[in-house]
Design a binder for this molecule. Structure first.
Ligand SMILES: [Zn+2]
Length: 507
């Protein structure tokens, strides 16, 4: 029965809570207690880890190579002995947590919440133990933003449209049920509740993240397409090509423009920091080693608050733009082919703009949405397919990154990213099926051409990025071809609606 519950699908629905000032005070005290508890558990976990690592049993186990199949039993027994002796397990740590709860922390924290904190702390320390992380991060003041219950039977639970936690109940904000996403979520079984605190415009706001059983809400207006979509992802651009729709777009164009405001604010704060901590910089303005500029004036604190609000808004806006773009692609098709890319390498080569546009995050969103719609994002190996060099006629053309147009002796002239996205549609099991691509080309050429031409006018009216390549109409374009082009233009269903940056990074 229990295993069944664990395996069932789940999704998260976040609902805003109405919290009075008295309750906010209580909650803040509990979050602070949770933070101290978490830090205490991290500290104890690390202490036990280091003792265990010094123990004889542990080192004898280490001396047995994991490849020595005859001594594996001995090896794991020794490890177990070391763990048991020094209490390096979630269970042992939870007994320690019970002791800590005997202090003032116990007034604010119930056993279930502490159990979840123990689990969280132990998994952080385990990551260090298994070499998956270098160190754990202790939470600074007001840096722990969420606590959660274990199940609906725990102290933090969801009951009749409110969060109930040790004597206080926090109702849903008025009218929240009018939101179809929330209404949909609340019609599902609640597995457990996470309580989240966020600072918005300098004020504490509380939310319940309900972990629910079932599939996430899908807006009814999101049509799902049936075509296979090829995708080409650049550091700032995205080309996608289906059978009847294609487009070349930019990631998060308005955000990149607004990011200047953030940079201005960062420079402002830097000047304030220097003015507040003159001893930390030498006469040339360089930071002096070992001197931490920790003094903050009241004004600087206000500036920092403003900056974090700007970042929060930017992230929220980026997420919504990514979501919109992903929905556009899914309306063409839910099965998507694209090259496997290293986003870290992207960041190294192309720098900051990648972070602001976050193509990697976009792919994650697209993947999640495609999967929940019953499709998926299939990635293939760049090295074996090398789409940017291939032509469907079979020829290979190595070209530098700055060359934005694919041009082949067989007569193909096409914007490079669009062409790669086209070819991506015909990749199966890491192999490009060039014959199929070649057969389909005569039908697809005018569509891609229209997408390329469309890309030459950005909705924002800004200059077209060089990476889009200068549009070239086919020199021998006959009347007949013109007709085909016009027809296919109607098929390109991507209205380039002006995406305005209002309300984001307001002054
Ligand atoms: Zn060719």
């Amino acid at each position: 029965m229990k295993a069944n519950i664990k395996k069932s699908e789940s999704f998260v629905c976040e609902v805003p809570l109405r919290v009075s000032e008295t309750h906010a005070k209580i909650l803040n005290a509990r979050f602070e207690a949770a933070r101290q508890m978490y830090n205490a558990l991290l500290g104890e976990g690390l202490r036990r880890l280091s003792l265990m690592r010094q123990s004889i049993a542990y080192n004898r186990a280490r001396a047995i190579p994991p490849t020595d199949s005859l001594r594996q039993n001995e090896r794991s027994n020794l490890f177990k002995q070391a763990r048991d002796t020094y209490g390096f397990s979630e269970y042992a740590l939870s007994r320690y947590a019970t002791q800590v709860r005997d202090s003032w922390l116990g007034e604010h924290l119930d056993a279930h919440t502490v159990q979840k904190l123990t689990k969280r702390a132990f998994s952080a320390v385990s990551r260090v133990a298994y070499g998956k992380a270098k160190k754990v991060r202790f939470k600074g003041k007001r840096r722990l933003h969420s606590v959660e219950g274990k199940s609906q039977g725990s102290a933090i639970k969801w009951k009749e449209d409110q969060v109930v936690w040790s004597g206080i109940s926090l109702p849903l904000v008025k009218d929240a049920l009018k939101d179809p996403v929330i209404a949909y979520g609340l019609s599902h079984r609640v597995k457990y509740v996470r309580l989240v605190r966020r600072v918005i415009n300098g004020k504490d706001r509380f939310y319940a993240q309900l972990v629910l059983e079932g599939k996430p809400y899908q807006k009814p207006e999101h049509i799902l397409g049936t075509e296979i979509v090829g995708l080409d992802i650049g550091p700032s651009t995205l080309a996608h090509v289906g059978e009847t729709q294609a487009a070349l777009t930019m990631f998060c164009e308005p955000i990149v423009r607004n990011h200047r405001e953030i940079r201005r604010q960062q420079r402002h704060i830097d000047r304030q920091r220097r003015a507040n901590n003159p001893d930390c910089y030498d006469e040339k303005g360089r930071a002096i080693k070992g001197q931490h500029p920790s003094k903050k004036s009241r004004r600087m604190k206000a500036s920092l608050g403003k900056l974090s609000e700007m970042f929060r808004k930017e992230a929220a806006y980026r997420k919504s733009l990514h979501g919109r773009l992903a929905n556009q692609i899914l309306s063409v098709g839910i099965n998507i082919n694209t090259e496997k890319l290293s986003y870290r390498a992207f960041q190294k080569t192309f720098g900051k703009s990648v972070g602001v546009r976050a193509p990697g995050m976009f792919v994650e969103i697209l993947q999640r949405k495609a999967e929940s719609a019953g499709g998926g994002v299939y990635t293939f190996n760049t090295r074996t397919t090398a789409l940017s060099q291939m032509c469907h006629c079979g020829e290979k053309h190595k070209k530098p990154l700055k060359q934005r147009v694919h041009e082949c002796t067989c007569g193909v002239v096409m914007q490079r990213d669009l062409y790669s996205a086209y070819l991506a549609r015909f990749v199966k099991d890491d192999v490009l099926h060039a014959t199929e691509a070649s057969l389909a080309w005569s039908g697809a050429e005018s569509l891609l051409r229209a997408a390329w031409r469309n890309s030459q006018q950005l909705a924002s009216g800004r200059a077209v990025p060089a990476s889009f390549g200068v549009f070239r109409s086919q020199s021998e374009s006959s009347e007949k071809e013109d007709l085909v082009e016009r027809k296919s233009l109607d098929v390109v269903a991507f209205e380039r609606e002006p995406i305005r940056a209002q309300s984001i990074v307001g002054s």
